[in-house]
Design a protein around this ligand. Structure first.
Ligand code: C2E
Ligand code: MG
Ligand code: MG
Length: 761
């Protein structure tokens, strides 16, 4: 079925066929031929009027005046044609008469008013526009031609009546006025993409005044025949003007997706074309003889013109390059952040009734690729990502690279379903690995989606919310998409609350340390303890370290907090030793940020000095992420070794462990992550666990299994040769007073059911 949006084009073809058909069928019956053509003109006028009137009813604010004036203009034009038809039918008059002409001039005048109104609305500045020069040239050329060919013959003609003269003058002046304003509008269309709808009006009115001028010229030589191609031009003009109203709504949204036209070349050459035509017309109208002088003049002009065009062309290229680098990303060729912000503005201003989806796409572990394989490989991946995105999306979808490994796409006319489908398409396009140089690299993405206007009406909010949703995707395990939702907002608010209160937590004595024993798996003897930070806020209650430690790491608060933990753990351990309790090693968790802050070694030294704890009773637990900065970490670890402080790798197996690097690190202990221990429930001979234990033992490292909750897990670990463990099976982390009682016991009896959710104590 014919799509509704093609209606004007379809009508256009029908009208042309009807016009040609009618003209040829009744070529010998002049009266029927002209009445028919007039009829077609009336019909088209009526349809265009209807579209314009609808646009007027639909529009709001000051734009209404414009559509009103255009409708009125069309009504006048229709009336003019109707009067002509009336005289044709009733008086058998073939040619139009003065009444019709008056209405037509009136209709033009109304069009002129409409254009003035519109130009005023969109802003009318001469000073800042390069088109001032061009405008003057066009108007000069048009005025000269109009005067020479259309007005002057009338002034010279002796038989012309005053009415005819006034009518001609009226026509020509209004036509020149219309030309003036459509040039301005045309330039505005080029620089403001949302004004594209006026291309129809500009084209329509241009066609109309061209047809007028031709008919006026032909009339002077009595060569004008009604029903000629000029009528077809007028009919087309009516359709184009009406078409503008028809597409008024639709084009606005579709053109949004098109980038600003980068090249100005066509616009800059037009003035020269018009000067050349003026020169040629001048030469021919004065019946110049081609002599050396006139030929010389022409060539000189052409040379100047050629040179000028060359300069314009070069400047345009430079301008295009400049604009390109301002709006496009040089690595991927995608639109950049500046483009994105500009386009967002338009979306927010124009698309108030339509839902637009924003998909924020972030590559997973891209930093790791850069760090391990080098930036050149990272760049290759980004380029290939841009290509994959382009290939997986419709050509009209705008893709932006906001920076780093962050990409955004906008989907107009979106629903949750279509946005989700697009996200799935994107995820699927990353299923195959990227062949880069000699590597096959698996890259996945995490996507966050926010919807305009539901999830925000400013570009900052929409992006922030898409970002929050994207982080949710990462948290949920990456390689998925998530929509922004109010829950996320709540999470963000909670995170902000935590951030604000954490600043004061230390000062207000809200922090404390709990201790969890490490036991010899075979004898159940306590061989050490891990100090675990606890935060009890007077209103928010117990807050898990899993929740507040990442916030403290983000804000840098972890450095002073970590220092306090270290002091407190050493102080407490020394106190217990002084009280005659068994001497145990205390393990303290250290965040990478703390570990890599220049003062770390100095702090450890001074804390050991202050608390008088012998260094062999302190162990520092560091996560695998220190491996990202291997040289620096090795140095710090070596210095700790020299101090006599023990070190262990916490949560081993969850991060970017490279067993190869592990061999080179001067560490003492490996802590196998709880995730592996959990798997022992399904497979008591979990090969990974066995491999890690064997490797650690071969390297001469101590090994600790963490998160042991069941006797089965314990037995499997004993069988695999793991000497030490830690977990709820033996004891949850408990406060210092309780722990004191516990170490008094020296050996522990495993609980029968330790599989309760991890609490804050
Ligand atoms: P982690 O260092 O791996 O600590 C072990 C976590 O596992 C602790 O959680 C502990 O309570 C929990 N856990 C121990 N046994 C079991 C078990 O059998 N079952 C279950 N489900 N959980 C068990 P917690 O205390 O919530 O600490 C979470 C993480 O927060 C720690 O993981 C550590 O990475 C971080 N953290 C805690 N205190 C500090 C600190 O003082 N400084 C730094 N930088 N991070 C800390
Ligand atoms: Mg730990
Ligand atoms: Mg751990």
């Amino acid at each position: 079925m014919l799509k509704f949006k093609w209606l004007p084009a379809f009508l256009f073809i029908v009208v042309i066929l009807a016009f040609i058909g009618w003209n040829s069928i009744f070529s010998n019956q002049e009266w029927i031929r002209l009445v028919g053509i007039n009829g077609i003109q009336l019909l088209v006028g009526a349809i265009s009027f209807m579209w314009l009137y609808k646009a007027y009813i639909r529009s709001t604010g000051r734009k209404r005046h414009f559509w009103f004036l255009l409708s009125a203009g069309l009504l006048f034009s229709f009336t003019g044609n109707f009067i002509w038809l009336y005289f044709q039918v009733t008086h058998n008059v073939l040619y139009s008469n003065e009444f019709s002409s008056v209405f037509w001039v009136l209709s033009y005048f109304t069009f002129l008013l409409a254009l003035m109104n519109r130009t005023q609305l969109i802003g009318f500045t001469f000073s800042s526009r390069t088109y001032t020069f061009n405008l003057i040239i066009y108007m000069l050329t048009a005025s000269a031609i109009t005067y020479h060919f259309l007005i002057q013959p009338f002034l010279l003609a002796t038989d012309a009546s005053l009415f005819d003269l006034l009518l001609t003058l009226g026509y020509q002046l209004v036509d020149l006025g219309i030309l003036f304003f459509i040039i301005i509008l045309y330039y505005r269309i080029q620089s403001k993409k949302e004004e594209k709808i006026f291309l129809f009006i500009v084209a329509g009115l241009f066609l109309q005044i061209t047809a007028d001028s031709l008919s006026a010229y032909l009339s002077i030589g009595d060569k004008y025949l009604p029903g000629s191609f000029l009528d077809l031009m007028w009919i087309s003009a009516l359709l184009l003007i009406g078409g503008a109203a028809f597409y008024n709504k639709e084009t606005l949204s579709q053109d949004m997706e098109q980038k600003e036209n980068i090249s100005d070349q066509k616009r800059s050459t037009l003035p020269y074309v018009s000067i050349l035509s003026l020169l040629l017309l001048g030469i021919f109208s004065n019946s110049w003889h081609f002599n050396a002088l006139s030929i010389g003049l022409l060539f000189a002009f052409l040379l100047v013109l050629g040179h000028q065009l060359y300069i314009i062309n070069r400047n345009n290229k430079l301008m295009a390059e400049l604009r390109y680098s301002a709006y496009y990303d040089s690595l991927t060729g995608l639109a950049n952040r500046v483009s994105f912000i500009g386009d967002m503005k338009i979306i927010i201003e124009e698309k108030t009734e339509e839902q637009v989806a924003f998909l924020l796409i972030d590559l997973d572990r891209f930093k790791l690729i850069n760090d391990t394989l080098g930036h050149h490989i990272g760049d290759e991946i980004l380029k290939k990502t841009a290509i994959r995105l382009k290939n997986s999306l419709p050509a009209t979808t705008e893709i932006y690279r906001l920076g780093g490994d962050e990409f955004v796409i906008t989907l107009p006319h979106a629903t949750e379903r279509t946005a989700a489908e697009t996200a799935k398409q994107i995820l699927a396009s990353f299923e195959k690995p990227f062949p880069v140089r000699s590597h096959e690299i698996n890259v996945t993405t995490s996507i966050g989606i926010s919807l305009f206007p539901g999830h925000g009406t400013t570009s900052e909010d929409l992006l922030k919310n898409a970002d929050a949703a994207m982080y949710l995707s990462k948290e949920k395990g990456k390689n998925i998409f998530s929509f922004y939702n109010a829950e996320l907002n709540k999470n963000m608010m909670r995170k902000m609350d935590i951030e604000n209160h954490l600043v004061k937590a230390l000062e207000l004595n809200q922090l404390s340390l709990f201790y969890q024993p490490k036991v010899n798996l075979e004898t159940q003897e306590i061989v050490g303890m891990e100090a675990l930070l606890r935060w009890k806020h007077p209103e928010m209650g117990w807050i898990s370290p899993a929740e507040f430690i990442p916030v403290a790491e983000e804000t840098g608060q972890i450095v002073p907090i970590g220092k306090w933990v270290l002091e407190e753990a050493c102080r407490q351990n020394k106190l217990w030793q002084d009280q005659g309790l068994p001497s145990l090693k205390v393990s303290v968790n250290v965040s990478v940020l703390q570990f890599q802050s220049g003062k770390f070694i100095k702090n450890v030294k001074s804390i050991l000095m202050d608390t008088q704890l012998p260094p062999q009773f302190l162990e520092l637990e560091i996560t695998e992420s220190i491996m990202q900065n291997i040289a620096e970490s090795t140095e710090v670890l070596e210095q700790l070794g020299k101090l006599g402080v023990k070190t262990s790798i916490d949560d081993f197996g969850t991060g970017y462990s490279s067993l190869h690097v592990l061999q080179k690190l001067p560490i003492d202990t490996l802590k196998i992550d709880k995730a592996f221990i959990d798997e022992l429930d399904q497979n008591c001979k979990q090969p990974m666990v066995k491999a890690i234990i064997d490797l650690a033992l071969n390297l001469g490292l101590n090994i600790v299994a963490e998160g042991i909750e069941s006797a089965n897990q314990m037995e499997s670990l004993i069988e695999m040769g793991c000497p030490v463990g830690q977990g709820y099976l033996f004891s949850r982390p408990i406060d210092s007073l309780e722990f004191e009682k516990l170490i008094g016991l020296s050996t522990l009896t495993p609980e029968t059911d330790a599989k309760q959710p991890a609490g804050s104590s």
